[in-house]
Design a protein around this ligand. Structure first.
Ligand SMILES: Cc1cc2nc3c(=O)[nH]c(=O)nc-3n(C[C@H](O)[C@H](O)[C@H](O)COP(=O)(O)OP(=O)(O)OC[C@H]3O[C@@H](n4cnc5c(N)ncnc54)[C@H](O)[C@@H]3O)c2cc1C
Length: 485
């Protein structure tokens, strides 16, 4: 029987498996629903170039979900499926959450254990920042390579100039210590390699940084194409999991199970196993193990996509070379085309007040849960996005860009017609005190009310993050490794 069984070899699972197996006396097994690519050359070639978002309709390395962004605005979201999880298919953007996010997070745990000062040593240890590694608050020796674009594409240069014309300052390093400018425009730190002879930069996800280098350890085993369907319990103690490999059922026993299946599937697994709202379990004839508010409130970053035409030539680069940030808005001049012949500006609300929910509609382990984002439910979310869209109109004007379909007036309908998501769904199994009716795990990732079970992935983040989540997921998995050793 292994010491730790990790469900999901995504971003958090790769970090945790590599760190826990550093101790040769600790046996770790990882089961992953998607492929187990055991070496860099085994990865599908489509995942290699950081300039591509490999999200095609037929991609076998994705989970795909139908969602309701609002009651009348359906959408589709994806997640990575295979070693590295979403970190193997994402945009490589790697910005630390803001200090205020950690303050809010810490408050949820009733202690100071999650404030920025506590996070900083982990941020320093996990990164190899090729631009600012020697600066205070940074690291040079960690597994995660971080690089910024030195010469942005012509389109992004125009974007930067337009933002500066409108009075925004330059932010050279979004991962700098708190105290510097929090608003402004600047280059995005990315998890990519150096440019090769043809200028291509390889996407370097958590599989490359963490899991692959650890695979030769005898105390670590990884199995792909294995879908965990349910957790097994003796009383309130978890004893292992039921899973399916090529349709064949099996039970795997373990001393401890850690869910790293991502914010959607970790929540769904808990719900299917009887850890969730009692009424939901009862309605689906799932025996109750523990009442818990799993899936009740999640946050994600709503994003308004404004397509525009611009004469700048298309370049090959990471999808986001620069961002503009102010208040809780991030404006993203994507370099990849989402619509043929047009560029897209993403206008994103980073700390929405509206929240979403996930619930099961069937106990069938292979059916997706219902996902309702609850976007734009509050007037304050709509107002802040509307103001940001107006400002984006000024940026586009300063860039001499031509918005497809014009810009205004910006009614609720106008917003809804362009509403999308940043694919950052978080907080389905929130961290918090045992007496907090919204909390599912404690500050050390252990599920309240049961033994031998932890959740370590984006599910646990209890507050909206002002930045994309990837750096925060790596950080929290690094922290979990020290808690679970
Ligand atoms: C297209 C896209 C682009 C993104 N771009 C960025 C970006 O540029 N910057 C940024 O900060 N964030 C970005 N994100 C978000 C970020 O990548 C994710 O939030 C983060 O990687 C989540 O990590 P995780 O460990 O929580 O889950 P994941 O990395 O999604 O890992 C979950 C893993 O669990 C496996 N799994 C799930 N269920 C089961 C099961 N039942 N049995 C076995 N295995 C299972 C999955 O196959 C997967 O490998 C993006 C997300 C997407 C989808």
């Amino acid at each position: 029987m292994v010491d730790t069984l990790i469900i999901g070899a995504g971003t958090a699972g790769c970090v945790l498996a590599a760190r826990l197996s550093e101790d040769p006396g600790h046996t770790v097994r990882v089961v992953e629903a998607g492929s187990h690519w055991a070496g860099t050359d085994d990865f599908p070639p489509e995942l290699a170039d950081s300039a591509d978002l490999p999200l095609g309709d037929r991609a076998s390395w994705l989970w795909r979900y139908s969602v309701a962004l609002t009651p009348d605005r359906p959408g589709t979201i994806v997640r990575g499926r295979g070693i590295g999880g979403s970190g193997s298919v994402n945009g490589s953007y790697f910005i630390r959450a803001a200090a205020r996010d950690f303050t809010a997070w810490s408050r949820e745990t009733g202690s100071r254990s999650w404030d920025f000062e506590s996070a900083l040593p982990y941020f320093r240890a996990l990164e190899n920042d090729h631009d600012y590694g020697d600066h205070p608050g940074h690291g040079r020796a960690g597994p995660v390579p971080v690089r910024r674009t030195a010469r942005p594409t012509p389109l992004v240069q125009e974007f930067g100039a337009a933002c500066r014309d409108l009075g925004f300052g330059e932010v050279a390093d979004w991962n700098a210590l708190p105290g510097g400018p929090e608003s402004g425009v600047g280059p995005v730190p990315c998890t990519v390699g150096p440019p090769d002879a043809s200028g291509r930069r390889h996407r370097i996800g958590p599989a490359h940084s963490y899991l692959l280098p650890a695979l030769s350890r005898p105390n670590l085993t990884v199995r792909g194409e294995t879908v965990v369907t349910r957790l097994c319990f003796r009383g309130s103690r978890v004893t292992g999991v039921d899973c399916l490999t090529a349709g064949e059922p099996e039970t795997i026993r373990a001393e401890r199970v850690v869910l790293c299946a991502g914010a959607i599937e970790s929540a769904a697994l808990l719900l299917r196993s009887g850890i969730g709202p009692v009424a939901q379990s009862a309605a689906l004839d799932i025996p109750v193990i523990a009442e818990a508010p799993v899936g009740r409130w999640f946050t994600d970053h709503p994003e308004i996509g404004i397509d525009y035409r611009h004469p700048a030539p298309e370049g090959r680069s990471v999808p986001l070379e620069y961002v503009l940030e102010f208040d809780d808005i991030e404006i993203r001049p994507y370099t990849v085309a989402f619509t043929p012949g047009a560029y897209r500006m993403g206008v994103t609300l980073m700390r929405p007040t509206s929240a979403g929910g996930i619930r099961l509609t069937t106990a069938d382990p292979l059916s997706a849960p219902r996902i309702e984002h609850g976007y734009l439910e509050t007037g304050s979310d709509r107002d802040r996005l509307r103001d940001a869209v107006e400002l984006t109109g000024q940026i586009l004007e300063a860039m001499n860009a031509e918005p497809v379909g014009g810009t205004g007036p910006i009614s609720d309908r106008w917003l809804l017609d362009r509403l999308g998501t940043s694919q950052h769904l978080a907080g389905t199994c929130r961290m918090g005190r045992a007496d907090d009716p919204r909390a599912v795990v404690d500050a050390r990732f252990r599920v309240h009310g049961v033994e031998g079970l932890s959740v370590v992935d984006l599910s646990v983040v209890p507050v909206p993050l002002s930045r994309g989540p990837q750096a925060t997921v790596v950080l929290l998995a690094e922290r979990a490794a020290t808690e679970l050793r």
